[in-house]
Design a binder for this molecule. Sequence first.
Ligand SMILES: [Zn+2]
Length: 256
Amino acid sequence: MTGLIVVASALLGLAVGSFLNVVIWRVPRHESVVSPPSHCPGCDAEIAPRDNIPVLSWLILRGRCRRCGVHISARYPLVEAGTGALWAMLALRFDDTWALPAYLVLAAGLVALSLIDLDTFLLPNRIVYPLTVVVVALFGVAAIVGDDSAAFVRALIGGGATFAVFLGLHLVSPRGMGFGDVKLSFVLGVALGWVSGPTVFLGMFLAFLLGSVVGILLIVTKVRSRRDHVPFGPFLAAGTMLALLLGDPLLAAVGR
Ligand SMILES: [Zn+2]
């Protein structure tokens, strides 16, 4: 049964990743994510369904448009493969809980938000708010179906506590901690809190650790200067996902 859920999640994740590519491109431009269908950025031709198969089409066409030959960024198949891989790993980790749908939706939202944050330094409300509502609702359903109200209460406390800490950091240093990060922190705390209190701490600790290490590396290698802004959203997403997937062995290792 686990194998079936993992394979189904991986395939569905690939297809969702294809949709996320549309979201990542269009949401910051305030365009509809439903219509029109995808177009080639070079010749503007509509992309045929056979050329829109996640990862495979890009590989078969060697990263070029079938019609005009313009180069298509490797980011498109990477987003698709990454979403498929994340969904497969989450399915493996949470296949025995009703909370799996909430985690899959969260992962998809975080993939889109991370890339949009890298592109624009913004975490759009148009994604953060609906993501928060849907994920909290799915945890609510999981609590009812799985008869686990304790996990739901723990999740809401995790979300509230994380939000409060981030709001405090934002008030102390508005430049260091953007308000977009504050708004996103609630749903991250909810998702981590569903697992356990220590998982909330671990997720945020990993986010700040990754952010600091990569930030220092970027300055040392002179990719960015000390004054440049480095978006924090991707680190929040990475810390959360790492704590969700590897939290139990990591916490066991430090004696929790
Ligand atoms: Zn083209």
